[in-house]
Design a binder for this molecule. Structure first.
Ligand code: KDG
Ligand code: MG
Length: 402
């Protein structure tokens, strides 16, 4: 089966998504997510200008060789633009192979290892009380694991807490929002949030927290210790992910489990973290780490070190990435949990999918391939609008990590 065409589709049904659609000479097509938030058109251009011309005429079943061609075969290798493009092609080829053989992709990956994949949802609020109230609604909706974030007194906008940003200077389309950050205030309130949550819901529920790269190693070590009484499932992105050895300090001081990886695109960027067992969960997403093939290679490396996956699943990656994560997650052994942030109803309509949620578990479904597609007619009705992720500054104006 040969690839005869590949097209890049850019659409904005509630969020911007870039999709690669690969067509074959047997009339079977596959889809891959190529969304790199805030830099979408860089990947779209990389794909259409440099990758698509290499794909046409290739054997659609040669998934590994195509992965190597786009990774190893790229002299300027790695980097999020390159790996996101490579990921999209990889997902589309697994989708095609599954459809051609009439099986869901997870069957090609070794078959089911579990009945369903535990996922976590998000709860948040301006105040601790609001966050705990939302936690209750998530538990009522069936989730067994919930990420919890709350506002920080004195700061107008904080990562993970939805607020009305209409009074912020600028719009996300003109320039990034600028959030402010105060580490000491955060370190005071975060343990109070989890104390209140445990009091409200007891010990059985899995509670998670995302620090979003904001702390220095010693600050993260202190937070990890302060959170120990509340038995978190994980503390995520406690320090910035690009200094792997920074996790040594955090690890030495706390038994709170550590997760990192949503900005990691390649095994070389997490090799020390895994080999030295500095983390418990690696959070790479299929859309950025080389697709299903890249995710499998990282997970296979992590397995003997007892590091499990907890794939990034924010709503700003398309349902194709979630489907890919679910086929991987239902089949691989060292899988811990899957993040699930809800897509908008418009996004769900543009990307019809076979995956389902029930009783805290996600399932990829039995449709051949990835079980997800793009409705191009609907997609055409949603324009792409340039948008940036926020930036963050300390109270005195110093730039810091968002
Ligand atoms: O585009 C960036 C978001 O996907 C990211 O900030 C979300 O940290 C995130 C998470 O854990 O879902
Ligand atoms: Mg995160």
């Amino acid at each position: 089966m040969k690839v005869v065409d590949a097209r890049v589709i850019v659409t904005g049904p509630g969020a911007n998504f870039v999709t690669l659609k690969v067509e074959t000479d047997e009339g079977i097509h596959g889809v891959g997510d190529a969304t790199l938030v805030g830099r979408e058109l860089a990947v779209a251009t990389y794909l259409s200008e440099y990758v698509v011309p290499m794909l046409t005429g290739r054997d659609a079943f040669a998934i590994e060789d195509t992965w190597q061609l786009l990774g190893r075969g790229s002299y300027w290798r790695r980097g999020p633009v390159q790996t996101t493009a490579q990921s999209a092609v990889d997902m589309a080829l697994w989708d095609i192979k599954g459809k051609a053989l009439g099986v869901p992709v997870y069957e090609l990956l070794g078959g089911r290892s579990r009945k369903g994949l535990m996922c976590y949802s998000h709860a948040h609020g301006d105040t601790i009380e609001d966050a705990v109230e939302m936690l209750h609604t998530k538990l009522e909706a069936g989730y067994r694991a919930v990420r919890l974030q709350c506002g920080i007194p004195g700061l107008r906008t904080v990562y993970g807490v939805e607020r009305d940003l209409s009074e912020q200077p600028g719009t996300p389309h003109e320039r990034p929002y600028s959030e402010s950050w105060d580490t000491e205030a955060y370190l005071r309130i975060a343990p109070m949030l989890f104390e209140a949550a445990r009091e409200a819901v007891g010990g059985e529920v899995h509670l998670l927290h995302d620090v979003h790269h904001r702390l220095t190693p010693i600050e993260a070590a202190r937070l990890g210790r302060d959170l120990e009484p509340y038995r978190l499932f994980w503390m995520e992105d406690a320090v910035q992910a690009d200094i792997q050895t920074a996790f040594r300090t955090v690890r030495q001081h706390t038994t709170t489990p550590l997760a990192v990886g949503e900005v990691i695109n390649h095994l070389s960027e997490c090799e020390v973290l895994i080999r030295e067992q500095l983390i418990d969960y690696i959070r790479v997403a299929a859309v950025h780490c080389g697709g299903i093939t890249g995710l499998r290679k990282i997970a296979a490396f992590a397995e003997p070190y007892q590091v499990r996956t907890g794939c990034h699943g924010a709503a700003d990656m398309s349902p194709i990435t979630l489907a890919a994560a679910l086929h991987f997650g239902i089949s691989a052994h060292n899988v811990g949990i899957q993040e699930r942030a809800l897509h908008t109803p418009q996004t769900d309509e543009v990307f019809p999918h076979a995956y389902t949620f029930s009783d805290g578990l996600l399932d990829p479904g039995e449709a051949p391939g990835l079980g997800v597609d793009i409705d191009e007619a609907l997609a055409a009705g949603y324009e792409y609008r340039r948008s940036y992720l926020p930036v963050a500054r300390l109270r005195d104006g110093t730039m810091t990590n968002w």
